[in-house]
Design a protein around this ligand. Structure first.
Ligand code: CTP
Ligand code: CA
Length: 220
């Protein structure tokens, strides 16, 4: 067990966490991305490690320090994230916090130039693999699979539908219509088979600590 751990409730467990955005290149100087600071996912990875878990954090491009005791794998695209998640298995639990870009486009090897006459480039999109849904349906499915759902409207309705569609055990729904993106606090609802548990707005670190404790309880 790691020397920095505050507890041992997750000793011997391996937990996989994804965090941050993914970047899908358009050309060497441009990309498509989701808005994500990575703060909530990194805090969760740290909180799990503090409870004694072995934690693999698959991180998209963010500028955050690696939490103590966490093994970090940096990726750029959704497909790289999917491959890194696959390579990190088996795991007892997975917490998919990443804001994965839903679509990619075929990257131009050269910088796309303006034509000068106002004509715009046409981007052709392909859907990225759903990392969470693939993991939840795989033979190597972790015992506990947790997804996140950032929504601007119909929060619980969308989160409940996502839980079923992706076969996740829990969905952590967060209302991003309030001041959450890039901020220090988060307002979440935990959607499980038993219903919805709403937490008061808390600092992201407190959300992480509470979620890690709940994961430890579920795996006990
Ligand atoms: N997710 C994933 N791989 C993707 C897309 C999403 O693993 N290609 C995961 C996210 O990490 C999150 C959950 O799925 O845990 C929900 O992501 P979200 O973007 O809310 O779901 P989508 O199915 O992409 O729906 P939406 O149309 O609302 O974007
Ligand atoms: Ca999405």
């Amino acid at each position: 067990q790691a020397h920095f751990a505050r507890g041992n409730a997750l000793a011997g467990r391996h937990v996989l966490v994804t965090a941050g955005p993914t970047h899908e290149p358009i050309d060497p100087v441009r990309y498509i991305a989701n808005r994500s600071s990575g703060k909530q996912g990194f805090a969760i990875a740290g909180a799990l490690a503090a409870l004694g878990a072995r934690v693999t954090l698959v991180a998209g491009p963010v500028t955050l320090p690696t939490p103590m005791g966490v093994t970090r794998i940096d990726v750029e695209t959704a497909r790289e994230m999917a491959a890194a998640v696959d390579a990190a298995l088996p795991a007892d639990a997975a917490v998919m916090v990443a804001a994965v870009a839903d679509w990619r486009t075929e990257a131009s090897p050269e910088k796309i130039k303006k034509t000068g006459d106002g004509a715009v480039p046409a981007l052709h999109f392909t859907e990225n693999p759903d990392i969470l849904a693939t993991l939840a349906a795989s033979p190597a499915r972790p015992r506990l699979v947790i997804g996140f759902a950032a929504e601007t409207e119909k929060l619980i309705e969308h989160a409940t539908a996502k839980r079923a569609r992706k076969r996740a055990d829990w969905i952590v729904a967060n209302d991003v219509s309030v001041d959450v993106m890039g901020g220090e606090r988060n307002s979440v609802h935990i959607v499980t088979a038993d219903g919805v548990e709403s937490w008061e707005t808390l600092p992201k670190q407190a959300v992480a600590d509470r979620l890690a404790a709940r994961i430890a309880q579920a795996l006990a």
